[in-house]
Design a protein around this ligand. Structure first.
Ligand code: PGA
Length: 256
């Protein structure tokens, strides 16, 4: 809030959990928010379960203030795309957010910037907020390509019509995801500042300053506060630590 942007703490559950676990985790997260009194907190809390759990989790968090999101969507509105899920379907389930272009999707499903952009635009058209992920690999960082790679990904993946309401950017260095190796606050801020500059260039000063930029990659209760204190870090996209309600909540405390 001090930065004029509300923090977003987003849990990316990835491919984890069955009905019972999902419900329990969601309820435990909601309980923390309720106990804290949701009105005067400087952050939004979001959970992004796998597709199979969205409905149950939605029921479990109903009325709690915890927001609901998904981890991917197809770029088309509907049609012959066996096994895929469209953005309007997610909206229909009560989602407000969808992650697009996560590095695991870029790697495992060959998604390119143009695909990510198309998905983000589909999300916006459906009334969702797209969380657009970017980030360099270790090899790219070692070759000193970090800034160039992130610049290229932001430019290529940013949806048309992006604004602070419909778009969030997440910087997730691939080498920090699930590895326990976190970017230092300085490393994170360096890239966040670059992303901020690209957003301002693309969207103008006001909107560019208003879009939230999350950090993701082994964020945990210990390192969250330092990361979130950086001028352009507006929250986190949290994998492993979002699977335990207490840890997820402790990460959110880093915003205070
Ligand atoms: P991690 O995952 O927190 O487990 O590193 C983050 C992410 O991939 O979104």
């Amino acid at each position: 809030m001090a930065k004029g942007r509300r923090y977003l703490i987003a849990g990316n559950w990835k491919m984890n959990g069955f009905k019972k676990d999902g419900k329990e985790l969601a309820k435990a997260v909601a309980k923390h928010l309720k106990a804290a009194g949701k009105d005067d907190l400087p952050f939004d809390l979001l959970v992004c379960p796998p597709f199979t759990l969205i409905r149950g989790v939605g029921k479990a968090i109903k009325g709690s203030g915890v927001k609901l999101g998904a981890q991917d969507c197809h770029a088309a509105e509907k049609g012959a795309h066996t096994g895929d899920i469209s953005a309007p379907m997610l909206k229909d389930l009560g989602c407000e957010f969808v992650i697009v272009g996560h590095s695991e999707r870029r790697t495992n499903h060959g998604e390119k910037d143009a695909d990510v952009k198309a998905k983000a635009e589909a999300a916006i058209a459906a009334g969702l907020t797209a969380i657009v992920c970017v980030g360099e690999t270790l090899e790219q960082r070692d070759k000193r390509q970090t800034l160039a790679v992130n610049r290229r990904q932001v430019k290529g993946s940013l949806p048309k019509g992006a604004n602070a309401r419909n778009t969030v950017v997440a910087y997730e260095p691939v080498w920090a995801i699930g590895t326990g190796r976190t970017a230092t606050p300085e490393q994170a801020q360096e890239v966040h500042a670059l992303i901020r500059a690209e957003l301002v260039k693309a969207l103008g000063e006001k909107a560019g300053q208003a879009v939230r930029i999350l950090y993701g990659g082994s964020m945990n209760p210990k390192n969250a506060k330092e990361l979130m204190a950086q001028p352009d870090v507006d929250g986190g996209l949290i994998g492993g630590a979002s699977l335990k309600a207490d840890d997820f909540w402790a990460v959110a405390q880093g915003c205070l």
